[in-house]
Design a protein around this ligand. Structure first.
Ligand code: RRO
Length: 322
């Protein structure tokens, strides 16, 4: 089995040059576009990303070109053979993060129109139809709480979106990290009611952390008085717990591991916890698309050297202690 690894939304995916780099990079298995709003946004004031000793903090504030830009980019990649000297098509995930439920509904309607057009193309490979990755967990828009934490309204919210998505297509959610078993339970019970939801990404950044530059007696990013989403090593154990809980409790959904992936060990931890696809955020931001080649080759060498067999058999294989 060929393991799928690509970018986390937000990293190398806002502009068409970056998106093209990921799309043409041989070892990047799929591309996720920057979470889009209905209309374009500049995002929060700079500096809005900082490297931390073991990860990152960001408060980008959803800078993006508006959903139609990403729809057009995807449509172009899937239908224009000769623009890039690269004819291999790969899966695209369109991330949306509407500022309201109505905005999300409008974006889904535009998405459905594109799907209609793709279905009309003779012999179009159905596996390449872009899927929506609906972001329920942006921590950085001032005055907009994370929907994924509004457990009283989450089901109602999802029901509206679920009904809107073209019935020929499945979609996924990017979730915030959860910390309490009762919350894991509530969210699993809700998600299990929606068969059209075929994947979840565990998880978005750890919302509203703070880091301090001792010498300057100052926070390290400008927006929100320094508060921002934390990524990198800090989030790995939390992501693994989210991957593992949902792997054990969701029925028939793909679990996408995201959080702290930077080498074959961290890939394997996510796979053993239950992830069957991986996204890389901070480590990609700090490096470039070459990382996908080395992550894959290091992972396959380890598996081969240790005679671990097919990767498929390793997904979710973690054991409890006796
Ligand atoms: O743009 C952002 O500030 C942002 C988003 Br939409 C998100 O989902 N997660 C994050 O850490 N930053």
């Amino acid at each position: 089995m060929c393991f799928k690894i690509g970018n986390a939304s937000g990293v190398m995916c806002q502009n068409s040059d970056d998106l093209d780099t990921l799309y043409t990079s041989s070892y990047c298995s799929f591309v996720v576009t920057k979470s889009a709003t209905l209309n374009r946004r500049d995002g929060n004031p700079e500096p809005r990303y900082a490297t931390l000793p073991n990860g990152s903090i960001n408060s980008s504030g959803l800078p993006n070109h508006g959903f139609n830009f990403y729809l057009d980019w995807a449509y172009d990649k899937l239908t224009n053979e000769n623009k890039l000297s690269f004819n291999h098509k790969k899966k695209i995930y369109l991330s949306i993060s509407g500022l309201s439920l109505d905005d999300n509904v409008s974006m889904i309607k535009s998405y459905n129109q594109m799907i209609d057009e793709l279905f009309l193309i003779e012999d179009f490979d159905i596996n390449l139809i872009p899927q929506l990755e609906i972001n329920l967990s942006c921590p950085n828009v001032i005055g907009k709480p994370q929907i994924g934490y509004d457990l009283d309204n989450l089901e109602k919210y999802i029901r509206v979106l679920d009904k809107e998505v073209d019935n020929r297509i499945t979609y996924g959610f990017k979730l915030p990290p959860y910390f309490d078993i009762s919350h894991f339970e509530i969210v699993s019970n809700i998600l299990n009611k929606f068969d059209k939801c075929s994947f979840i990404v565990c998880c978005n950044s750890l919302g509203n952390g703070l880091f301090i530059d001792i010498a300057e007696k100052e926070v390290v990013i400008k927006p929100k008085e320094g508060f921002g989403g934390i990524g990198g090593d800090y989030i790995l154990p939390t992501s693994l717990a989210n991957v593992n809980y949902f792997y054990k409790n969701l029925k028939g959904k793909e679990i996408v591991g995201c959080g702290g992936i930077k080498d074959y060990n961290t890939c394997l931890m996510h796979i053993y916890a239950g992830a069957s696809r991986l996204q890389v955020g901070t480590y990609l931001y700090e490096n470039d698309a070459e990382i996908f080649g080395s992550l894959k080759s290091d992972l396959y060498s380890y598996i081969w050297k240790n005679n671990l067999g097919d990767i498929k058999e390793l997904i979710g294989c973690v054991k409890s202690k006796n």
